[in-house]
Design a protein. Sequence first.
Lengths: 297, 316
Amino acid sequence: MTAVTEKPIPVERARPVPGRRRRRNPWTTALLYALLAVVVLIPLFPLYWLVISAFKTPAEFAQIPPTWFPASPTIDPTVTALTEVPFLQSMMNSIIIAGGCTISVLVTSIFAGYVFAKHHFRGRDLLFWSVVATMFLPPIVTLVPLYYLVSSMGLSDTYLGVMLPWLANAFGIFLMRQFIMDIPDELIEAARLDGAGEFRIVWQFVVPLLKPAIVTLAVFMFVYSWNNFLWPLSILRSDALYPVVLTLNRLMSYTMSFEYQNVVLAGALIASLPTLIVFIVTQRVFVQGIAASGIKG
Amino acid sequence: MTTLQTPPATAGAPAAAPRASRPARRRRGQGRWSALFLSPALLIIGVFTLIPMLMTVWISFHRWSMFTPITEMSWVGLDNYGRLFADSARVQAIWNTVAYVGLSALITVPLALLVALLLYFPKIKGKGVVRVILFATYVIPTIAIVIIWGNIYAPGYGPLSAMLGAVGIPAPGWLSDPSWALVSLVIFNVWQMLGYYVILLIAGLTQISEELYEAAKIDGAGIVRQTWSITIPLLRPSLVFVALMTFINSIQVFDPIYLLTQGGPANSTNVVSFEIQRTAFQYGMAGESSALAVSLFMMIVVAGAVLGMVMKGRKR
């Protein structure tokens, strides 16, 4: 194989700098840890609240003041959430939709990013930056015509209709182009001299070097599509196709009554787990990739 | 003084390719491959982003009910825009959006900077784990976050009012109080997005050369002075980028408003994106909805231009 190694993006430098003294005042250390504790509690507390509430009985849930730990944890709310609405079916739908979008974005972005990074033609950079500009166009701005277009293709209320507008995007192309630009031209020249065609260059020589970028984009797109609410809400009618977020919305709206709030929270927990798990499994590479996307921008 | 120079953005790249020395030459037959490789992405973006954008502008000059065929659309010129600015609820939606975006940016950017500084400079254990935990909120579906925060804000059985009550502060009505509802939505927007921006800023911090700090220390500059004179100026690109991302993400806020407040109470959380969706999908008035969408788009263009100018002006 090649001599080029994957490029680690430094998220942390070995020696932090300002204010570094030979030995720190113990009070400073205590203060720093106290601040760190605050910083970590801010995200953790609501998540903690989600988990404990999902395991409370309705009676305990309604207590004023609230209890800070479930006295007799129960899985009843979870079971009710799973039986009240078709969560498992929705999980499959979300996996199909998010998975389809992710794979498509990866493929289209790698090929387009490769051209923008390594091919030369007139107007290339103008075209590239025009594509990047669409990154700043929120979907809500084009919602009405998009709805009209997709429904007049006869695709409303289909998997394809939910996925179609999200099968490629500017962020992915941008990310891939930035990473592919770091691959030396010599490598691609060498592959060409070996007689490799453009397809083989991409699949056999470029893709293996893009692992961090691919993981980052894959996780990013998966999370984005999994959490996308507005578009499925607009284009889907039948529950059988609902992704998890819409099913959770259904659960939320027809169990408005107070006694079922813990069921809704159990549903929220179920709906959050897949993306959280994907994130935790890939966090090392993903966080670095997101960091790199910022630097390279 | 030492020369004030930041390392190039590609520091740490593999044995850098002499890119500059290579003339942009075209290879025979490459054009076909360029076109083939670009076409899937460009086709999707063209058909599902560019064409709809043009259509939005076009529809905004028409009266068209979403419930009738598009052929029944009739030209009304700038009428929709005139009506937009005559409708006090919609004008308020614009101001609410400005307030929401402004508050989000004013809280998020400084807070993210402080957290990033804390998680980058001092030698303390557990920073890596904290980063990951901070980022985790970003991957949770907004609807789940809405449910969590709806419960945290809940009067009586919610933890927030219990905590405030314990220290003797009467809890505001949060989402049900017109003067607090928008702020409550800003709070959980900040909560959800903070980790993402912290990661971006930490990435920016890694690009600042250590030698600058060493030199400043020799000159007798303290931590505050170092932060003010070195960190913040050199972090400007990342700060502007984060400001831009905050802006773009918060100007399109829709999910929490649709799910939690439906624009209320008393129209206090009605924002443009919610109004766009409601006008089109509930009232069917696609023309007016599109006029709002174009206005939102113009807000983005103006803000983007201003940020761009800030970037250029400060660079020199």
